[in-house]
Design a protein around this ligand. Structure first.
Ligand code: ATP
Ligand code: MG
Length: 300
């Protein structure tokens, strides 16, 4: 290898070592009360599930007790966490539609200590319609979650809710159950399209159903530093949401996309990868910042 080509590689290795050292030296404190964070964006394929499972794993590996609620009928978060989610498996559907306690459907991760999952099965696909005729249809997840969290001897530090790519009743249930919204934004051309509608919905929920709800966090995902467009999108998002946007950016990384097929987070799959490091940094940043963010539409 010529000196010329090894120099950037050397720099990259040194940079990663420096970032790992920083992470090790500055562990994030655990929150005093449970932070319930919903990961939402009605745009499909922007990294919601990837962000949910990797942040959850990163925080659990740091010692926090973490619960992931899979609220997407696709069940991708359940798959990525290695949770059983066959048709007959007790799931979030039974909680929302059948009033089953969360404690009866929760699964412990076989891979990561302190990490738990409420799986989603195919039944959830019908829940949007079944919910329409139910009493307190927007509050069903909130009620179940509040009861569950109140009755834990050992407190959960974080609950992440992975939303489907839509703004229907399942997503509304997630907004009502949460105190914080995290929006992953893919660094590409249409990134900001649809964002104002999402913000409007969050504001409506805040006004009518859940006054505590905050847009606390925006995470830039699938960032490709070789394209000017990615940098432009990132800059624009930061301009609109200077407080909420994390400094950490998640790079486009093959390792991140490979991990779910092994039922693993990228951190277990390849801890030395840039993708793993980025999610560890994003988790630490979220932990250090605590809850920030004023009204949901701030900066829009
Ligand atoms: P949906 O709207 O269908 O629920 P989503 O918003 O949850 O999608 P993901 O499933 O997390 O998005 O990601 C979409 C695809 O992009 C997946 O195949 C995932 O593995 C891949 N992906 C996510 N983040 C990255 C990344 N940083 N680098 C490379 N691939 C990624
Ligand atoms: Mg998803």
């Amino acid at each position: 290898m010529s000196l010329e080509s090894s120099a950037p590689l050397g720099r990259q290795i040194a940079d990663k070592a420096r970032r790992r050292k920083l992470l090790k030296e500055n562990p994030a404190p655990f929150p005093n009360t449970t932070r319930v964070i919903t990961i939402s964006n009605q745009k499909g394929g922007v990294g919601k599930t990837t962000t949910t499972v990797n942040l959850a794993a990163a925080l659990a590996l740091s010692g926090a007790r973490v619960l992931v609620i899979d609220l997407d009928p696709q069940g991708n978060a359940s798959t990525a966490l290695g949770a059983v989610h066959r048709e007959e498996t007790p799931s979030v559907y039974d909680v929302i539609i059948g009033d089953k306690p969360i404690g009866e459907v929760i699964q412990k991760s076989s891979q990561v200590e302190n990490l738990y999952c409420v799986p989603a099965t195919i039944h959830l696909a019908g829940a949007e319609i079944e919910l329409v005729s139910l009493v307190a249809r927007e509050q069903r997840l909130r009620r179940a979650l509040d009861i569950f969290l109140e009755n834990q001897d050992q407190k959960f530090h974080y609950v992440f809710i992975d939303c489907p790519p839509s703004l229907g009743l399942l997503t509304i249930n997630a907004f009502v159950a949460a105190r914080e919204v995290l929006i992953p934004i893919q660094c590409e051309y249409y990134a900001l399209e649809g964002l104002s509608q999402l913000l409007k919905n969050i504001q409506l929920i805040e006004l009518h159903l859940n006054p505590e709800l905050r847009l606390s966090t925006i995470l830039l995902t699938m960032f490709d530093s070789r394209t000017n467009l990615a940098t432009e999108v990132a800059n624009e998002v930061r301009q609109h949401f200077p407080e909420q946007t994390l400094k950490t950016v998640i790079p486009r990384s093959v390792r991140i996309s490979e991990a779910p097929s092994y039922g693993q987070s990228v951190i277990e799959y390849d801890e030395s990868s840039t993708g793993a490091l980025a999610y560890l940094e994003a988790a630490a940043e979220i932990g250090h910042r605590g809850i920030i963010g004023k009204v949901a539409t701030h900066g829009s």
